[in-house]
Design a binder for this molecule. Structure first.
Ligand SMILES: [Zn+2]
Ligand SMILES: [Zn+2]
Length: 346
């Protein structure tokens, strides 16, 4: 079958690779109808996270179930499904409590040896372990292009909006209008939060948030702290969501939040270090919640419902639709920040 494989730093290739097989009774093989390139694929593309040349990349996928192991009961061959980007075991202490993002067996499709060594989804076929846990049926009302977001960024947005715990009259600021930030804004608005400020330095992303109903702020031209102070009689936002994952954004979030407010960190951090004055947190009584990996399985049914009745629509994020064979062009566009979301069609 054809698949997108890592071919060395800054290179991907579409190659012939062996078809995946069922390895356990809980596995399913899915014939991919749409897959996508995600920001986190770039870590592998740039060699910042280890993956061997020849390994299949990608973790965002919808398709049709082709074969199932004997223990699989929730899906059948022929079902349209979306896969969770994060493959959870469904049996460990954390999974049994709905905290699948913290699963003992922690694995991500196409994420190299430290991601569980699973082959990726930018391919004609993909093997999904624990299919009863990691596949969700797609209702007829939802097309592939919308459903693919349910397996990753939209569920993450719904999760972030839930962690925000905002009431309708609260003022919420979301920093970073990448795919997760954009989906977070939509989920907050769908939850009935009336005042959602959306900040980014990229005017195109700011326009996208504006069209979705947020109060969009071009942070390259307007000082975010001052804008939020003006909007809240100088108090600051009740809740600030860092959907960037950079120390400057984290520090910005603390500058924008009011005393007694909440900061939710959904942007991804790894080795970054910030110096923080504990007394500032203490005196200002600020609550900080780190989201960690989204427990997709706890949020994806709600995300699917929101898409099905069009209360959220991730489709404006899609900037390019390419054939799987043109994947390397897609990676280059994404890498140059000329694409917000690239869908690949096998
Ligand atoms: Zn992703
Ligand atoms: Zn688990």
């Amino acid at each position: 079958m054809r698949a997108v494989v890592f071919a060395g730093e800054g290179l991907v290739r579409v190659d012939d690779v062996p078809e995946p097989d069922l390895r356990g009774p809980g596995d399913a093989i899915v014939r991919v109808t749409t897959t996508a390139i995600c920001g986190s694929d770039l870590h592998f593309f740039h060699g910042k996270a280890p993956i061997d040349p020849g390994e299949v990349l990608g973790h965002e996928v919808v398709g049709v179930v082709e074969r199932i192991g004997e223990d699989v009961t929730s899906v059948r061959p022929g079902d349209r499904v979306v896969a969770s980007f994060h493959v959870a075991c469904g049996r460990c202490w954390f999974c049994l409590r709905g905290q699948t993002g913290l699963c003992d067996e922690d694995a991500i499709l196409g994420a190299g040896p430290f991601g569980g060594g699973l082959a990726g989804a930018q391919a004609e076929l993909v093997r999904i372990p624990a299919a009863d846990v990691n596949l969700l049926q797609i209702p007829e009302a939802v097309d592939d292009e919308r459903a693919i977001f349910v397996g990753d960024v939209l569920s993450t947005g719904v999760y972030a909006a839930t962690l925000a715990g905002a009431s309708p009259e609260d003022t919420v600021a979301v920093l970073g209008m990448g795919p997760v930030g954009f989906c977070t804004v939509q989920a907050l608005l769908a939850d009935g939060v009336a005042t959602v400020h959306a900040l980014d330095v990229d005017p195109a992303r700011v326009r996208l948030a504006d069209a979705a109903g947020a109060i969009a702020i071009d942070a390259g031209r307007t000082n975010p702290e001052m804008a939020l102070a003006r909007a809240t009689e100088d108090r600051g936002a009740d809740v600030v969501i860092d959907a960037v994952g950079a120390p400057a954004a984290y520090e910005n979030a603390l500058g924008i939040v009011r005393r007694g407010g909440r900061v939710v960190v959904v942007g991804i951090y790894a080795g970054e270090v910030v110096e923080l004055q504990l007394g500032v947190y203490w005196a200002r009584s600020v609550e900080v919640r780190f989201a960690g990996l989204c427990p997709v399985h706890a949020y994806w049914e709600r995300a699917m419902e929101l898409v099905a009745d069009r209360r959220v629509d991730p489709l404006p994020l899609v900037s390019h639709r390419l054939s799987l064979e043109d994947a390397s062009k897609g990676y280059e566009l994404f890498d140059r920040r000329e694409a917000s979301k690239v869908l690949l069609i096998p």
